[in-house]
Design a protein around this ligand. Sequence first.
Ligand code: URA
Length: 206
Amino acid sequence: MEVNYMEESRTELLRQIKNEVINLKESSLYKFRIENKVFPVIGEGSHEAEIMFIGEAPGKNEAATGRPFCGAAGRVLTELIESIGLNRKEVYITNIVKDRPPDNRDPLPEEIRIYSPFLDRQIDIIQPKIIATLGRYSMAYVMEKFSLQNELKSISQIHGKVFDAKASYGEIKVIPLYHPAVALYQNSLKEQMFKDFKVIKSFYGK
Ligand code: URA
C-alpha cells in the first residue's frame, strides 16, 4: 500500500498544535474551557486542502463537540461550500481563536495574540492556495499578516474581492467573505454571499 508521507507529517504537525492548545494554560479562555468541561476547536477538513476558511472563534456547539462551524452558522457555511460543488471534507475550516469566548462575545486582542501563532502554523502546514476569511476579525488578521493592511477596508466594501499575497510557500489569494452567521440575521445578504463564493470557485484548481 502506498503511504503518503507528506500527508502523514502534516497530520503529525497538526496533532502537535492540538496538544499545545489543549495545554494552553496561559490563555484566560483555558479556565473557562476546563470549568465548563468543553473542548478547544483546532480545525477540520483535508490536510492538503487548497482552500482554507478562517472564522473567528468557537461558539457553544463548537466547544461542546470540538468541531468548527457545527451550529446554525455552520449549516450556512456548509450550504455555501456545497453551492460551488465542494464539500467540507475537501477544504479546511478553522478559526483564529481556538477556545470559546464566554457568552459568544467577540474575541479580544489578547486572545487573538495568544492563539494566532497556531493559525500561522496551520497555514504553513496545510499550504492553502486560497485563504477565505469569514468575518471582520479574521479578515483584519489575515490581511495584516500578508502585508495587505493598505487594502483593508470595511467588510461591506471588500467582501468577495481577491487579493494576491505571498505566503512562505508561494503565491496565494486572500478572499474576505461575510461571516456565515450574517445570513441568519440579515437574510438579504445571503444572495450576495452565494455570489462571493462563486469567486472562490473561479480560482479553485488553478
Ligand atoms: N463562528 C465562528 O467564527 N467559528 C465557528 O467555529 C463557529 C461560529
